[in-house]
Design a binder for this molecule. Structure first.
Ligand code: ZN
Length: 170
């Protein structure tokens, strides 16, 4: 992309805000077998594995792999009744959500709610990699959008995260 076309893109952002850093934090896919999917991404695609974590509240096991300045999140259900399990049953493996990084997630959620965007989380909740919230696909042209607050933002303190440097966020 040329410098000129990048400037044109940036100038399209309203001057009254949109505290989105512009970075795609991660793209998430739902997979049936987490270990097999990790093996494929790490050994075939050559992406470094960052972490594997259980998320009991979501009834899933996830993995993050580094992809340049962004990441890939693999999500596998741990039972047959969770939301992700039902997604997998209905649609099969594949794209699940896009995660964008923002500077102040709760301020951003307020701004989006005021413009009529349907929020799944009205305030940020604790995610594996930082404070997160989801926007409803109905408001996002069919894409499930996740927001994550950049390390050290205000919601990190509110949700009791430790030092971001310790979490190997980037
Ligand atoms: Zn995610």
């Amino acid at each position: 992309m040329s410098a000129a076309s990048r400037e044109a893109g940036v100038s399209g952002i309203p001057s009254d805000g949109l505290p989105v850093s512009g970075r795609i934090h991660h793209v998430a896919t739902v997979v049936r077998d987490l270990d097999a999917a990790v093996k494929f991404h790490a050994e075939v695609l050559g992406l470094p594995l960052e972490q594997i974590a259980d998320v009991p509240s979501q009834e899933v096991r996830i993995a993050f792999l580094t992809a340049g300045d962004s990441k890939i999140e693999l999500v596998a259900p741990t039972n047959s009744t969770s939301g992700v399990a039902r997604f997998l049953e209905a649609k099969g493996e594949g794209f699940h959500h896009l995660c964008l990084e923002v500077a102040d997630i709760d301020a951003e959620l307020q701004r989006l709610a005021a413009t009529g965007i349907q929020l799944i989380n009205a305030v940020a909740v604790e995610g594996v990699e930082g404070p997160v919230a989801f926007l409803h696909p109905k408001s996002c042209h069919g894409i499930l959008v996740e927001l994550i607050e950049a390390p050290g933002g205000p919601a990190w303190k509110r949700l009791g995260y430790g030092d971001p440097a310790q979490l190997r966020i980037r």
